[in-house]
Every structure is written in C-alpha cells, then in structure tokens.
Design a protein around this ligand. Structure first.
Ligand SMILES: [Zn+2]
Length: 265
C-alpha cells in the first residue's frame, strides 16, 4: 500500500556532485539527501574531463548525468571541437548520459568567452541533441532574448529540455515553455530580495516545473555556503510559498517532470 513516504521522492534536477568539494564526504552527502527524501539527482556536465567521474556516480541509485561543455568553458576553439567529437561516447555503454548540457549563453561570468563563440558551441550541442532526440540542459544568464531567438530559429529536440536556475523573470516563462522546455528553480528563490524569481516560480505551469540545488553552488539563504541536495526541501518550501501550494505538491510534480524528461530515477 502506498504511504506518504513513497511520494516524497524529490529529484534535484541539477547538481554537480562529481566535483572536488564533495570528495571528502560524498557518501554522507547522499545519505543526508536520502534522509530528507531526495532520491533523484541529475549531475550536469561542464566538460569532458569530468564525464568519467559523472558516469561513475551514475552507478549509484537515483543518479543520472548529462554530458556537455559549459558555456564559460568554450574559450578555446580546440577544446570545443574535442568536446563535441567526444560527445557521442558519453551516450554509449553502462550508465550512459541521459541528456546534453550544460550548454547555453552567459553574459555575466567572469572571463566569459565572447557570445559568438558561446553561440557556436550552443548551436552544435543543440544540433547533436536534435539528431539523437536527447533532452538539453540549458545555462542562460543575462541572455534570455538572444537565447529565445536562437532556440526558435534552430529548434529543440522533441525530447525537450530544461533551463537550469531560471533567471528570465516571470515575463518569459510562457515563451520558453511554448518551446517545450521545463524551467528549473534554484535556491535564490528563498532570498528575501528575489521577488521576480518568486513571481516566475509562481507562473511556471505545474507540468513544466523543476527544482534544483546546483550544488555546490547557489546555497539557499541561512544554510551553509557549500550547497548540497539535502537543502532541496528548503527550495521546495520557498517555491510552494510563492505558488500558494504545499511543498508536497511541488516535490511530487517536479519529481514526475524530471522522470518524464530524463527517465525514471
Ligand atoms: Zn550547473
């Protein structure tokens, strides 16, 4: 017989549990996440050097990973070519990747490559994802109008995708959803000054909503600076408060959406 517990299988739709920050206590990080009902994890790719570690993590229950080259890592054209040439390998064999990314556009990151260079890599990732019909994981910072144009022109795979750490305000929610994307809300939603993000979190249709920690980055306020999936319930609670629903409703729908996008956890 189902109990409340079986419904509380929250999914952290975007995190980086493969990084050095978790080297010392990775098992404990998973343990703490499991204890608060977080059972699914999408470990997002930032570059080929980490794909091996991500694949190893995906041997753990509930862990999936995506392969891509992060937009701030496309400074060198040779790196982009090598990453794109290696991309097909990420999708074969045991514990293969389930999506393409992170890719996208970032105008704010320190030492960000030119937008033209980012755009070329972004379009190549999209073309690969369309060809294989794989969901994409998008990283968009201060480039939403340009990204919307590009996505409308090039098109997304039927498998769709997600915009991680949505920061496009409430106005663009409808346009991005119309493209077939899911929008993922991160810990900033709990910050007292994040009024626009809370308005966006309230505007995202329930069947397109995701939640994420982006661990180890973007910790919600009043929590340790190193973010981890065990903090996901705080994000679910802040999204629920913005929408005027229960955290349970947010957890159940976001977990179902993540499973539809990336497969069962
Ligand atoms: Zn990320």
């Amino acid at each position: 017989m189902p109990c409340v517990d079986t419904l509380d299988h929250a999914v952290d739709a975007h995190c980086h549990l493969d990084v050095e920050d978790f080297a010392a206590d990775r098992d404990a990080v998973f343990e703490r996440a499991h204890r608060v009902g977080v059972r699914g994890f999408v470990v997002a790719g930032v570059g080929p050097e980490a794909w091996g570690a991500q694949r190893t993590l995906a041997a753990r229950p509930g862990v999936k990973w995506t392969a891509g080259l992060h937009p701030v890592a496309v400074a060198d054209g040779a790196d982009v070519d090598a990453a794109l040439a290696a991309l097909p390998q990420a999708f074969v064999g045991a514990h293969a990747a389930v999506g393409v990314g992170e890719t996208g556009l970032d105008r704010r990151a320190a030492h960000a490559p030119t937008l033209d260079r980012q755009e070329a890599a972004f379009r190549a990732h999209l073309a690969f994802a369309r060809e294989r019909n794989l969901p994409v994981v998008l990283h968009l910072v201060a480039c939403y109008a340009r990204a919307l144009d590009l996505l409308r022109r090039d098109g997304l795979p039927p498998a769709g995708g997600m915009v991680h750490a949505w920061s496009g305000g409430p106005e663009l929610v409808r346009d991005f959803c119309a493209l077939g994307l899911h929008l993922s809300v991160a810990g900033l939603v709990a910050h007292p000054r994040s009024r626009r993000l809370r308005a966006a979190a309230a505007a995202i249709p329930f069947d397109r909503l995701l939640i994420e920690t982006d661990a180890p980055d973007m910790a919600p306020p009043d929590l340790p600076r190193r973010n981890e999936p065990a903090f996901l319930p705080a994000i679910a609670a802040a999204v629920a408060a913005a929408r005027g629903c229960t955290a349970h409703a947010v957890i159940v729908s976001t977990a179902a959406n993540a499973a539809r996008l990336f497969g069962p956890f």
